[in-house]
Write a protein that binds this ligand. Sequence first.
Ligand code: ADE
Length: 409
Amino acid sequence: MRIDIVTLFPELCDQFLSASILGRARAKDLFEAHCHQIRDYTTNKQKQTDDYPYGGGCGMVLYAQPIADCLREVQRQCAEQGRNKPHVVFLTAAGKPYNEEAAKRLAGYDAVTLVCGHYEGIDERVIEAFGDEEISIGDYVLTGGELASLVVADSVLRLQPGVLAEEKGYQEESYWDGLLEYPQYTRPEVWEGRAVPPVLLTGDHKKIDAWRAAQSRTRTRLRRPDLYERWCDTHPVTDLPKWKRGENARLVKTGEQMDRAAALFAEGRRTVCAEICTPAYLAAITPENMRDLLEQERRSGWAFYLHYTGGEADAMVGVCHQTGEISHLFVTEAARGKGIGAKMLEFARKKLPEHPHPTLGVLSTNIRAQALYRRMGWRPDGVLHVFDPEQDPTATVYSEELRFRYDRA
Ligand code: ADE
């Protein structure tokens, strides 16, 4: 790959591309980089590169002509090497936001030319005439496009074969798969009283991989909910965990089963409501009250199922054949992390074959559950209920009960 940078500070850019990992790769000819001085292409005596903006305003605007002539020279050099016409990117604060996906896309070109603006901007006409795209590296304004062009060059060049020592290096890193990177540790084992997470010292790579994957998901969920939502949508749960021996789901029929369902329901409801309801409301979520509620719901057409592991009921779900709703999906604290919630949701959905689009409700604060539902093909479909402390004395913070519907073909 060939990268050209068109700039007023070619030495600065060149120095960066000659240092560290990129410098070593460049010396090995794993890519070619050329930094061009815009000033060398001026045609006026003073070698002036900019002028006042038409229409007034502060700052100076880069002339179109020297940039255009420089880009023509880059095109000529590429043609001479038998390369394709370079893909021309202008770095401006008004460009499209840059991300790893764009880096991957740019890494596919044989030649990319990065044009750095300065001062107040670049004459729009040269962007129109030569630009294939405009990129911004973030919602802040830099004094020039040099740092931005180096950010783009770095993120693109590191994807070139051989640049990183281990190909695996970049696959595991942040954004590659849409998730943030898990935390890393090196020696010593205990630093200033802080120990390395014990799982990393076990040598059990299956366990370590699972821990790292969970850390990546949790970090992304907490720090970048936007990325997490996208990741959930693009990473469906394709193989649900198999039902194990001694594991089954049974319809709640007996009084004893109803008691167990009410206890589970109370535990589950208290957990999900803990963040958003008053202590008085939480205190009223007792197995006795929940049993009354379940009995009432059963009379109006709901059926409840308990999940058993070795004879112990550790999860529940409710389905309503009249309406196609699924509700009360709870797994006890001790039984979490084993895929029981996913199995019970799938079980409940299959109980409703007459409904092409079953629905369920989930609190907006319950991000974990939403992630699972999204990954299982459920999609948000409106708001069922609003909990607003201004209007609802049992609510402590604003939240919503979101409706999800099953949408996979
Ligand atoms: N030039 C000035 N600010 C910029 C930004 N945020 N991204 C790219 N180029 C810029």
